[in-house]
Design a protein around this ligand. Sequence first.
Ligand SMILES: Cc1cc2nc3c(=O)[nH]c(=O)nc-3n(C[C@H](O)[C@H](O)[C@H](O)COP(=O)(O)OP(=O)(O)OC[C@H]3O[C@@H](n4cnc5c(N)ncnc54)[C@H](O)[C@@H]3O)c2cc1C
Length: 420
Amino acid sequence: MAKKAHIIGAGISGLAAAVRLANEFYEVHVHEATQQAGGRCRSYYDAATDLVIDNGNHLLLSANHHALAYARSIGTEAGLVGPERAQFHFVDIRDDKRWLLDLGNGRIPTWLFDEKRRVPDTKIGDYLALAPLIWASTDTLVGDSIPCKGVLYDRLVQPLLLAALNVDPPKGSAGLAGAIVRETLLAGGQACRPLIARDGLSAVLVDPALTLLREKGATVNFGHELRQVLMAGENISTLEFGDDAITLSPGDAVVLAVPPRAASSILLDLETPKNFRAIVNAHFRFDPPHEMPPMMGVIGGLVEWLFAFDKRLSVTISDAERLVNAPREELARDIWRDICKAVPLSKEIAEGPLPPWQIVRERRATFEATPEQNALRPGTVTQWKNLFLAGDWTDTGLPATIEGSIRSGDKAADLVLKMR
Ligand SMILES: Cc1cc2nc3c(=O)[nH]c(=O)nc-3n(C[C@H](O)[C@H](O)[C@H](O)COP(=O)(O)OP(=O)(O)OC[C@H]3O[C@@H](n4cnc5c(N)ncnc54)[C@H](O)[C@@H]3O)c2cc1C
């Protein structure tokens, strides 16, 4: 008889665990509190722009091996689209200076030795000063490890670490920043190719997983919020969902892949990160000019990253606590002004009416990637033999990312398999 696994939460970590177990002939039941899968990584129809948009622009890198393997396992690796070489366009909108950071496509970071490929006005020595990040411990601050000022910091290190950590970089965990640098910049251009789910997060990372799960006989139950678990000895014995309860049989496994607040309301003694950071995304219905790159780093304004999609320009602003209560119309105008400089767009367009727009503010986008909050991340194993944790906030060694989330789901699934 097939062994049973209950996956609580249909975010990316829960889906990764569910797919892995379904592929290993487990009878899988996914329980999701809301009416939609994907959690913080999802798409939906937005009436204001009359487009399907993502809750946030998500960037993957070719170094994200677990994420790529997950996409392969659900048949959508080709849906993660990016250039052949790891090239990143940047603009400083204060003086319209534009440059291309060309990390190439090799295994060795040869770009460092080529003045034309690295950040303009930087020297080799500036990059060597980043070395302490490579071996920094998670309880060290970025600001105590590397120089957080100067041209290289402003034009590369700050935007990269802000996007990765979602906190002001000097206050972030140097160990987490180091993990990103080791797995990407230090691993050469072949690890740094930017990849985007061009057809939308749900179409590439979520819906095909649900299709595969159903084909394998799994159930996906929406509006099924886990409220409580009952314990018997060393195991979880019952899952209580409010209106109904499931009694577990010996050998049944549970993967709790919910956000930290939900996890600690179900497992009262569980220590989890308690501080979170916001990300603001803005979407404008506007046909990007043909010559515009799919993604640009924007320096010197409110906007940090600008993405060109079919019929849409979208921006990301990290560590955005200061913007979560800002008046929406004003925010949209300020963001559009930056976009017009960055693309660039004509004066008539810049001064004309705003195109249809939407602003999405994810207040708890990620846990705060500081040494204090990182120290509160639990591992996958719990004191109950049949219960495992997953989620980007568990102790993955990475900041809150899709890659970390999928690694956590894979690890939980591997531990379930070892229960056999
Ligand atoms: C705006 C934004 C931009 C981002 N950009 C990037 C990026 O560029 N690159 C990158 O790698 N990462 C990015 N991330 C991070 C990435 O989205 C997350 O790391 C990832 O989606 C987290 O997945 P998860 O499964 O760990 O958690 P979640 O997505 O939070 O999934 C948890 C699921 O559990 C469900 N749930 C909660 N309570 C219960 C319950 N009691 N019972 C049942 N179900 C429950 C929730 O509804 C949810 O579906 C971004 C995140 C945001 C918000």
